[in-house]
Ligand binder design. Structure first.
Ligand code: ADP
Ligand code: ASP
Ligand code: MG
Length: 408
């Protein structure tokens, strides 16, 4: 007998038939003798629908109320699944995040889980019930409802698996595993049987939305065996695990494990600022103070005592960052401030890169052959990222996938 945490995403619970399909799968695991905690998303499209309604009420909806609103989607699916399980004579009980409780900090819309009380779930499992928990939500110590950021049900599932010391956390979605890149953009993409936590962490943080980044952070920190599978198609999916669980010959294989991309990027430039100590701090400090995360940064070689500064961030934060940067520009006497929100970031990821030269040059040549201009470059030991015009995203990803023979 194993304790398994299973998470089903929006498409997998997108309508009544799909929820009944989930109930059938869960009931089978119970019949096979396992204990199951199920974490659910809202029906696909529901979180977006609620967001749009909020925007009709308030230009910048109050974040606290937004979280109260968005958590309703998950409350619908957990109740329906519990009913569907009971209908199959499989005892089940549903809990919202605050009933568990899943305690978070008070950063509405991107709250972090601080503590999960596993007692109630364990008691119900011991009574032979399936426990169905609403994903993506929690509660502050003061009793305010929070959400964990888009895609946050993945994180709920892994955090519960860690808290209950589960044998495996299974993420059921609309693809049958983690691929070398998004199969919607490159149909030739290959499914990976296994991938390391570190590589998955890079892919997720660089835009591969198959797993929310925080779920991979949790899995890596608490060594939760994590598997991505399809809710509609049978198969072993992709196991995300530690490097030591790879055999030596497996680890040596691919230089590149995958290509990730993010369409959610914007670039700000401040031109003609004084080239002297403290300027980077004066430009980026106020932006960090506004809780806006900066990604890539370039400072040009100074000339005539002035220099230019370029940095990227999430498109969602670009307008707010621009407002702040304009104030800084007046203060510093900068020549000009500009924003470009039609850029994307493409990244090649692979632990094999650590010991191999020439990956970057092949990447740049492939882009050059397709007449794609590189606007910014960033590297770490196991990734190379470039910023390009969004119009070239598909062709860039497809040609890089082919150049590195990821389809082989
Ligand atoms: P869910 O609603 O189940 O949480 P998501 O839409 O959040 O599902 O994540 C699944 C999607 O992630 C897939 O449909 C696919 O388009 C996308 N995706 C992006 N990169 C990858 C990748 N490397 N491997 C598999 N899927 C990926
Ligand atoms: N329903 C939320 C979203 O759409 C959380 C999730 O699905 O993981 O982002
Ligand atoms: Mg998701």
């Amino acid at each position: 007998m194993a304790l398994i945490v299973q998470k089903y995403g929006g498409t997998s619970v997108g309508n009544v038939e799909r929820i009944q399909n989930v109930a059938k799968k869960v009931a089978q695991f119970v019949e096979d003798g396992h204990q199951v905690v199920v974490v659910l998303s809202a029906m696909s499209g529901e979180t977006n629908r609620l967001t749009m309604m909020a925007k009709e009420m308030q230009t910048r909806p109050c974040k606290r109320e937004m979280d109260v609103l968005l958590t309703t989607g998950e409350q619908v699916t957990i109740a329906l699944l519990s009913m569907a399980l009971q209908q199959r004579d499989c005892p089940a009980v549903s809990y919202t995040g605050w009933q568990v409780p899943i305690i978070t900090d008070d950063a509405y819309s991107k709250a972090r889980i601080e503590k999960i009380d596993g007692q109630k779930m364990l008691e119900q499992l011991a009574l032979g019930k399936v426990v169905v928990v609403a994903g993506f939500q929690g509660v502050t110590i003061d009793g305010d409802i929070t959400t964990l950021g888009r895609g946050g049900s993945d994180t709920t599932a892994v955090a519960i698996a860690a808290a209950l010391n589960a044998d495996e956390c299974q993420i059921y979605t609309d693809v049958d595993g983690v691929y070398t890149t998004d199969p919607r953009v490159v149909p030739e993409a290959k499914r990976l049987d296994k991938i390391t936590y570190d590589e998955m962490l890079e892919l997720a943080s660089l835009g591969a939305k198959v797993l929310q980044i925080r779920s991979v952070e949790f899995a890596s920190k608490y060594k939760v065996p994590l598997r991505v599978l399809s809710s509609l198609k049978d198969g072993g999916g992709t196991l995300i695990t530690s490097e030591e669980n790879f055999k030596d010959n497996e680890m040596e294989q691919p230089l590149i494990s995958g290509i990730a991309f993010s369409r959610d990027e914007a670039k700000l430039m401040i031109l003609g600022v004084p080239d002297k100590p403290g300027v980077a701090y004066q430009i980026l400090g106020p932006i960090a103070d506004a809780n806006i995360e900066i990604d890539m940064i370039i400072q040009n070689q100074g000339r005539d005592g002035t220099t230019d500064f370029t940095f990227t961030m999430s498109r969602l934060d670009a307008e707010s960052a621009l407002e702040i940067l304009q104030k800084t520009a007046n203060h510093l006497g900068a020549r000009e401030v500009t924003m470009d929100d039609s850029i994307v970031k493409i990244s090649m990821v692979g632990v094999g890169m650590k010991s191999h030269a020439g990956i970057a040059s092949t990447m740049f040549k492939t882009l050059a052959d397709n007449e794609i201009n590189i606007q910014m470059i960033g590297t770490t030991e196991i990734k190379i990222s470039v910023v390009i015009d969004e119009a070239y995203l598909e062709i860039a990803v497809q040609s890089l996938h082919e150049a590195f023979e990821l389809d082989k």
